[in-house]
Ligand binder design. Structure first.
Ligand code: IPE
Ligand code: IPE
Ligand code: MG
Ligand code: MG
Ligand code: MG
Length: 291
């Protein structure tokens, strides 16, 4: 499979499920649903679902079984961004070129949209129809929960908010706030392909670790350098006094680090041969991103 085909199937299939949970009337609070839908359907790159599909396709999982984790991880990601933008966190008014959720609605509704999207991810894994077994569903819930909470994204966000003091802490914070969900995307694809434990090989984990870290360094660099393409407020990390890889090591060294992490990641999955080509292509696509 080539990248354009992956992009198109990811978009079509996600939209089909999102329609059922975000567009069709489903809750006594239409406003809450509107805020949740606004936060999911406002132009994200869908990278985590793309990694779920790419991994699953490389391992011959059925698309139907990949839809559920792809959708679930995008819900968690979207919720994390809604809360990340809140005044108590990054205080960002703009997300994907539009008012962030708390600006469009209000803070209370943004907190509640996040509070909704998070359990919705687990609800879908538990109950959306597909040929996934109960054991697969349970394994997916475990992976996603671990990557989201104490051992993952939320812990990383907590370290970010409380401040880091050196390069070692910075890398750990990146691995948690960004790397954990990226790693989970691959693990979910592995579980959908019937490896119930979701134990990805050390090489695939290495790939995910490298891409996750490189991705956050890119994000920090884009905060400094992008020409308005990210749809996020520019220079916000500096304004919030956030130490980042570029502020600790400089722009040039950050670019070199991104380059070497991608090369290391892609090298780690070379053993997959033809099957791994779609993952490699996706990593190359991420490497060239400008937003
Ligand atoms: C932004 O992630 C937050 C980070 C972890 C760096 P993305 O850049 O994937 O955000 P969207 O979903 O495409 O807007
Ligand atoms: C990643 O960090 C955010 C999450 C893990 C939710 P950032 O705060 O840098 O992400 P952006 O730049 O706001 O997208
Ligand atoms: Mg943040
Ligand atoms: Mg932020
Ligand atoms: Mg950022």
């Amino acid at each position: 499979m080539k990248l354009p085909e992956l992009f198109s199937l990811c978009e079509t299939r996600l939209n089909h499920i999102f329609e059922q949970y975000l567009t069709k009337p489903i809750t006594p609070s239409p406003l809450l649903q509107e805020a949740a839908a606004y936060s999911v359907n406002n132009g994200g790159k869908r990278l985590r679902p793309l990694f779920v599909y790419a991994t699953g396709i490389a391992l011959d999982a059925s698309l139907e079984n990949l839809d559920i984790p792809a959708c679930a991880i995008e819900f968690i990601h979207s919720y994390s961004l809604v809360h990340d933008d809140l005044p108590a966190m990054d205080n960002a008014d703009l997300r994907r070129g539009k008012p962030s959720c708390h600006k469009k609605f209000d803070e209370a509704m943004a907190i509640l949209a996040g509070d909704t999207l998070q359990p919705l991810a687990f609800e879908i894994i538990a109950s959306h129809p597909a040929t996934l077994t109960c054991a697969q569903r349970l394994a997916m819930i475990k992976v996603l929960a671990e990557a989201s909470g104490y051992h993952g994204m939320a812990a990383g966000q907590a370290l970010d908010i409380k401040g880091i003091h050196n390069a070692e802490e910075l890398i750990q914070m990146y691995q948690l706030k960004t790397g954990a969900l990226l790693n989970a995307s691959l693990q979910l694809g592995v579980i959908a392909a019937n490896n119930i434990e979701g134990k990805i090989s050390p090489s695939i984990r290495k790939f995910a670790d490298c891409i996750g870290l490189a991705f956050q360094i890119q994000d920090d660099l884009l905060d400094i350098e992008s020409q308005d393409l990210t749809g996020k407020p520019q220079g916000l990390d500096a304004q919030n006094n956030k130490p980042t890889y570029p502020t600790l090591f400089g722009i040039e060294q950050s670019k070199q680090k991104i380059h070497s992490l991608f090369a290391e990641g892609i090298q780690a999955i070379a053993f997959l041969g033809e099957k791994g080509k779609i993952l490699q292509a996706l990593a190359e696509h991420v490497m060239q991103r400008k937003k």
